[in-house]
Design a protein around this ligand. Sequence first.
Ligand code: ADP
Length: 587
Amino acid sequence: MKNIWHVITLIPEYRGRLVVIIAASSMLGIVGTAIPYLFKGIVDTVIRLSAHKLTFAQAQSTLAILILTFGGLRIATIIFNYFLEGQSDALWLNTVSSLRQRVFDNMATLSLDYYERTRVGDVMDRYGAITSITMWLFQLSEGTLASILQLFFGICVLLVKAPTIGLIMLVLIPYNLVSSFRTVTKTKPLRRRWHQVMGKMAGLLSEMISQIATVRSFAGERVVKRQFEKAQSEWWDIRTVEMGTELRDGARLNLVNTIGVIASIAIVSLEALEGKYTAGDILLVLTLTQNLISAIQPITRLVNNTGDIETSAERLVDLLKMVPSVIDTPGAMTLSKIESIEFRKVSFSYPGAELPSLEAISFRLAAGEMLALVGPSGSGKSTLIKLLMRLYDPDQGQILVNDTDIKGYTQDSLRSLMGIVLQDVALFNDTIGENIAFAKPEASPEDVEAAARSAHADAFIRNFPDQYKTRVGERGIKLSGGEKQRVAIARALLRSPQLVILDEATSALDSESERFVQDGLERLMRNRTAIVIAHRFSTIAKADKILVMQKGRIIETGDHGTLVGNREGLYARLYNLQVELQGPSAA
Ligand code: ADP
């Protein structure tokens, strides 16, 4: 229950609402117990009249009082129910919306390492748990709590009126709860497992959707279907065992309850024969017994679900407790201008990786300069950029901007000065206009269009019937590679960044697209500090400084002229190879 309680305490104003819910439920519990009393009164009055123990007028006035009380109690029930349902609805709305928002907000702040070791499906399953937890809370607050209280009051009355039956109920009800709880405990590991499998299935679905082009091009439908079927059959097996256990335990419990009811009815009947009860008492005791037995079922069902809900709540709370590994230090400053960037003996390994991805990286870049990162794939170029953006913190060494460690600046202010165009451009499934404006939400449509014009994107955007309102599809699937790049350049331009970070595309675009993209990129870099993961010597040669990287280390550094001059160096060898293959024009 620890995690369920934790979830409840996250709900705004939960205390006030709980007070109203408990008060209204208690009143409903009392009214629910009082009504059988009125029935007893009516039966007894009629019987006493026929036994001539009451005059007709007395009977009439007693019945009138009883009926009026009944009416009053029914109206009170309507009022209490009104409050109860109103508060339960509010509680539900509050819980659902505040939990969703909290999950989303927390996910938005988590650092990249979390996402790299987590499956989307698992997060989606945890997020989906909000629905089951809140429905459970809703059921509890809207009706089950009143039933629990009715159970309590009913037993009190029975203990006074028919102690033997009261005692039977006193044994039966805890037995029900304990037995349900035992079933829940027994099945808990199974529930944990099937939740994980559900997460896996959701992950497979989302991966298939995001990778649909790859799946299709490798005719991989059979492979992904088989993976899903395997997870599904695992889920099926676990669920079958779980449901079988619940079914058997439930049937055993029903049998015990039925024996309890039969015994109670037999006892009341026998005691009534001995003249211990009036007819009204018999009605009262039988109605209460029946009410109690029917109230138990929804309660045990709720108890049964408690296990499931606690598991879901635990998974949800775990998700909410995740804290970003990269955080703003207290008193972090706002960075407003980049004057220099320096790496001082920076080393870094990805969590869980055996080998470092960067080792003792040192360089310095002044404002307005262009730095090119060159090296084979896997040499650490993207990692260097991720560290500069503070997506990760270095294990050793320091990254300084204006001679101050970047940990001393707020992450927002640091990143807001950067404009990034990656090779694999990711777009939101939104309109082109919104995708560009993402860099600067307050930008006017004119600013967005001006940025698009500069990036040579305006013309192709205007060719779409919906122009800037054209939706780009999941990850921008409806745009070509060159178009996506130009949208990304427009997005970066809109920000007027002080530092431009580029990952030059390795895949060839058609030559017209290529020209537009190159020109867009040059405009973006003009008069700005730039760090480029470069593949073309035509780009690299323009850099003020080149870092040649291999296996996470800088093996050569200098400008193009110096590096080409070092005939033994990797750079010169790569350069000469390209010249040989493509002719000097490529270089
Ligand atoms: P480059 O950009 O030069 O191709 P990266 O910086 O992407 O190289 O990668 C450097 C090294 O770090 C590689 O060995 C790569 O396998 C590893 N690496 C990259 N990203 C991760 C990650 N998220 N988790 C673990 N290892 C990673």
